[in-house]
Design a protein around this ligand. Structure first.
Ligand SMILES: *[C@@H]1O[C@H](CO)[C@@H](O)[C@H](O)[C@H]1NC(C)=O
Ligand SMILES: *[C@@H]1O[C@H](CO)[C@@H](O)[C@H](O)[C@H]1NC(C)=O
Ligand SMILES: *[C@@H]1O[C@H](CO)[C@@H](O)[C@H](O)[C@H]1NC(C)=O
Ligand SMILES: *[C@@H]1O[C@H](CO)[C@@H](O)[C@H](O)[C@H]1NC(C)=O
Length: 299
């Protein structure tokens, strides 16, 4: 009896907490920051906006895909109807990641990056959609792993870990659906920001101007990869301070967006090279980059 009362109270508390964390409709007020606080926040805001850049991409990917593919399309592609339901749940997770990160950034006086226009290239093919999904989720895991060291606020590190592991669950399920090893190796491969943006930028068609205004990161779609995994792309990163970190900032100066290139390590860990490079070839050809180059990008 007592137990069940406690349980009910606990569930009610949990529900309240979840509702609060999922209610980002109003912009949180941000307390004024001292110069020292701003310095401490800068790298954290950059990594938060970087994570938000990727979450926007994933959220848009699933939202658009679910709008397009009906249960019948899913079954016609040879999957059970339940697959669409599970993909809907992934879509919900990504949407919550977007709204939560947005709220957190605003709460720190940062300016959150906004959603861009994307081209994911899967056409009418649900199987290809799942292959791109698997590629995005695996990249997301590597991105969170690589970004962890940029986070200097401990509680955010824990929060990031709780997102990274969920991305890992998504990746495992999607890998399984497309015939890839769900958990390919004992250690996931961390990728740094430059490497991840090199992978993500070919999907990005254009972004709202605000994303270029010193908010941390903004990638463009100039991603071109040669056969040896070297990718060139354009990315704006702000090293001189964040517009919006100081709540009174009115600067709209657009930073320069230098061309960069980076090398992404080859995907040749033990086990399932063939199945993974199979998916990579499909997505590589969609993006018009060499299949071999894209195989090298898949980790
Ligand atoms: C913003 O400007 C107001 C008025 O000039 C000032 O009182 C306040 O301290 C400023 N806030 C920050 C974070 O600089
Ligand atoms: C969909 O794509 C898969 C692999 O990506 C391919 O094997 C299949 O033939 C395509 N289906 C259609 C109907 O084009
Ligand atoms: C990311 O990794 C690549 C390849 O190791 C390296 O060339 C590049 O300098 C790194 N970038 C950053 C920002 O650490
Ligand atoms: C992957 O390939 C590179 C280049 O051929 C090689 O140096 C490296 O040892 C390989 N790594 C693994 C884990 O096989």
């Amino acid at each position: 009896m007592y137990k069940s009362i406690f349980l009910v109270a606990f569930i009610a508390m949990l529900a309240t907490a979840i509702c609060q964390s999922m209610a980002p409709t109003t912009t949180p007020t941000c307390a004024p920051k001292t110069t020292a606080e701003q310095e401490n926040l800068k790298p954290n805001l950059q990594v938060l906006n970087y994570a938000l850049t990727l979450e926007h991409l994933e959220a848009a990917f699933y939202r658009e895909g679910l709008k397009q593919f009906t249960e019948q399309d899913v079954m016609n592609a040879g999957y059970s109807a339940q697959v669409r339901e599970y993909v809907s749940t992934i879509a919900q997770h990504e949407a919550v990641h977007v709204s939560t990160l947005t709220t957190v950034i605003q709460g720190l006086c940062g300016v959150p990056v906004q959603e861009c226009k994307y081209d994911f290239g899967y056409g009418n093919n649900f199987t290809t959609f799942l292959q791109v999904a698997s590629a995005l989720e695996n990249t997301g895991v590597s991105a969170y792993d690589g970004a962890a060291q940029m986070i200097t606020i401990k509680s955010y590190l824990t929060a990031a870990a709780t997102i990274a592991t969920v991305e890992g669950r998504h990746a495992a399920y999607l890998n399984f659906l497309v015939g890839m090893m769900p958990y390919p190796q004992a250690f996931d491969t961390p990728l740094n920001m430059t490497q991840v943006l090199a992978i993500a930028s070919p999907f990005i068609v254009s972004c709202p101007a605000v994303n270029n205004q010193c908010n941390g990161v903004a990638a463009t779609n100039s991603g071109v990869c040669s056969g040896n995994g070297v990718c060139s792309f354009t990315v704006c990163t702000c090293n001189t301070g964040f517009q919006g970190l100081d709540c009174n900032s009115t600067s709209s100066a657009v930073p320069s967006c230098p061309s960069q290139s980076t090398t992404v390590p080859p995907n040749n860990e033990s086990g399932d090279d063939n199945s993974r490079s199979g998916a990579a070839q499909v997505v590589g050809s969609l993006l018009g980059v060499g299949a071999a180059a894209f195989a090298a990008l898949f980790v």
